[in-house]
Ligand binder design. Structure first.
Ligand code: SF4
Length: 611
């Protein structure tokens, strides 16, 4: 069939045999699962052997674009990476911007599936229908910045590169996949690539995309662009401060945690977005994005003079900042730079270091355990050295780069001290200060994550906010956002743009881009979001997820916040989870009911997978 919006083809590469196949995109999959995360869920649920080791050849990587990826729609450069994740041993999907996704579509492919494992380091080169595996021996052992720079020099500046660094090669569950300064950051996708000995993917495409109704699509594109330009968020605050726009608000509401979730405040003035922005050199945009929220930060003087990074994002400023009782912004820039180079997830790495500082304060670890590094709060020298040890997996860095859950298990006394859900370290929001965020963490499909639902928006940032401490309507908000976010992460659109647009603006973009009847209304698209989340839930249940894992660390129930605007608050998430299960039409064990599976068209698939 002739496709609009979509490129129409699926590229599959088996690294064990070296075979390369190209298949037609399945129309039914497109109408039911949209693209991106939905395609990943559909493919992995049907094809991944239950219980497979994430770092074995049986695991697969699905890189999937959405129907809007690479079109003229604003902020439509997004690409999803889906796999079984080593940090949680469950579902993992990561969404990244940049330009790799559009380029993959211009080469002719909506989806790239990678199976098996090579015996020697390889990279995949895609130039339209010329697809080949070549040796990556000379790149193995190099960091992501050098790898990317050299590959662009070898192939050409208009080639797009996705690669791993040393952390991925050495199989750390904290390893990211980098795509030209953007990251598939969380959950250890870099280790999955490393286990397959796949160092890099290089793509260049010469094709284009057609729209089902160009005139109407152009009209809706203009409307969406105006909306983004006139929004105080995407038209002004985010272009100026990036994601750091959140710093003051999270501080003011007591949501920003400090010292490994020990407290809400630090002595002295907090770090603000204005201070961070003083290090911004310039802005950068992902493909076709007028928001330009990416910032290049550079240190111009002092001991980290010359350090630069695309960021640091709000989450990184927290992870290497308040989480470690550190207010030195140049150190944070250096830490993110080093993480990007090794291919490490900055949120998880900062989490580990704050956790180690907490362990040090309590006497659970000493210099004998840390190669002599002193993990006193705010010790930036120890922090930077620790990132290097984790990236190279040297000395104690071998254990540290396994993540907080692992360390809780091997450091005497440390059980329960880590901030993680299902093995993925938490981001920068204290769940005692945001009851809805507690539920979002507990029910996120990839563990401790703020990008499955960020209900803080409804608690503090809208007219007539719900408030941080009530339980009412929190399950409704979290479920609604999870379905919406999954849809957006399947569409190719950036979440930051989608926060501002309404479904009545997004649905016509999908309809006029694709012309598919399954994607022509807001109701159908939201139903697709729910279908995707339900299929991912089935995936996780098949991998052994149980209801008692839908929770957050017990310390948030037992230890009240000692200070700040939410002083005295705790959170018991069990009641919220139970109400959420009901709303989702899941039984008391967190299993989707037959009625729900029938309604979403998943019953046959679920039954087939159990045979
Ligand atoms: S809003 Fe920011 S992250 Fe999203 S596409 Fe634009 S530049 Fe990239």
């Amino acid at each position: 069939m002739e496709w609009s919006g979509y490129a129409g083809k699926v590229l599959e590469v088996d690294l064990t045999s070296g075979s390369i196949t190209i298949n037609e995109l399945d129309r039914d999959m497109a109408e039911q699962f949209v693209g991106g995360k939905g395609f990943g869920a559909s493919i992995l649920y049907d094809r991944l052997p239950a219980g497979c080791d994430p770092l074995s050849p049986e695991n697969m990587i699905v890189l999937a674009t959405g129907p809007l990826t690479g079109t003229s729609v604003a902020a439509s450069g997004r690409l999803e990476l889906c796999t079984k994740g080593p940090a949680t041993n469950l579902w993992l999907d990561c969404n990244a911007g940049g330009s790799f996704g559009p380029e993959l579509k211009y080469a002719g492919y909506d989806v790239l599936i990678i199976t098996g494992a090579a015996s020697e380091p390889v990279m995949l080169v895609i130039e339209d229908d010329d697809v080949r595996l070549v040796s990556a021996d000379e790149y193995w052992g190099q960091d992501t910045l050098e790898t990317s720079r050299r590959l662009k020099a070898e192939f050409g500046g208009d080639y797009r590169v996705t690669c791993i660094g040393q952390a991925g090669e050495l199989l750390s569950p904290l390893a990211s996949v980098q795509t030209e300064y953007r990251s598939f950051g969380r959950g250890g996708a870099g280790a999955v690539m490393g286990s397959k000995k796949l160092k890099a993917i290089v793509v260049n495409g010469s094709g284009g995309l057609r729209a089902a109704d160009s005139a109407k699509l152009d009209m809706m594109i203009r409307e969406a662009a105006n909306e983004l330009a006139n929004s105080p968020d995407t038209g002004s605050a985010r272009p100026e401060f990036g994601t750091n726009v959140l710093l003051s608000l999270m501080e003011y509401t007591g949501i920003h945690p400090n010292k490994n979730f020990q407290q809400s405040t630090l002595e002295g003035e907090p770090v603000t977005e204005l201070e961070v922005s003083r290090y911004f050199d310039r802005s950068r945009a992902c493909f076709a994005c007028p928001i330009r929220c990416s910032k290049i930060a550079r240190v111009k003087e002092g001991r980290f003079k010359g350090a630069f990074t695309e960021g640091p994002e709000y989450e990184t400023v927290w992870a290497f900042g308040g989480h470690c009782a550190n207010k030195d912004i140049p150190t944070i820039i250096e830490a993110e730079h080093v993480c990007d180079a090794y291919g490490l997830d900055a949120v998880s790495v900062g989490n580990v270091i704050g956790f180690l500082m907490d362990c040090w304060e309590r006497g659970f670890i000493t210099a004998e355990d840390t190669a002599g590094l002193e993990f006193t709060w705010g010790n930036v020298e120890a922090m930077i050295e620790a990132v290097h040890l984790m990236g190279k997996r040297e000395g104690p860095g071998m254990d540290w780069s396994m993540g907080v859950r692992y360390l809780e298990g091997i450091i005497p006394g440390a059980a329960g001290l880590g901030g993680h859900v299902k093995g993925l370290e938490l981001p920068a929001y204290d769940p005692r200060a945001s009851k809805a965020m507690a539920l979002a963490y507990a029910t996120s499909d990839r563990g401790g994550c703020h990008l499955r639902s960020w209900p803080i928006s409804e608690e503090v940032m809208v007219q007539n906010p719900l408030g941080q401490h009530t339980l009412e309507f929190k399950p409704e908000v979290v479920k609604g956002q999870q379905d919406f976010y999954s849809l957006i992460n399947s569409s190719g659109l950036c979440l930051f743009a989608a926060f501002v647009l309404t479904m009545e603006q997004i649905a016509p973009l999908m309809e006029y881009a694709t012309g598919l009847p399954g994607l022509d209304s807001a109701d159908k698209l939201i139903a697709a979001g729910e279908r995707i989340n339900t299929l991912v839930r089935l995936f996780n249940l098949r991998e052994g997820l149980t209801a008692d894992q839908d929770t957050i660390p017990d310390r948030f129930r037992t230890d009240p916040l000692p200070d700040g605007p939410c002083k005295g608050e705790t959170v018991d998430v069990a009641q919220l989870v139970s109400a959420y299960y009901c709303l989702r039409e899941w039984d008391s064990e967190g299993r989707p009911t037959e009625e729900l599976l029938n309604k979403l068209g998943l019953a046959e698939r679920s039954a087939a997978s159990q045979q």
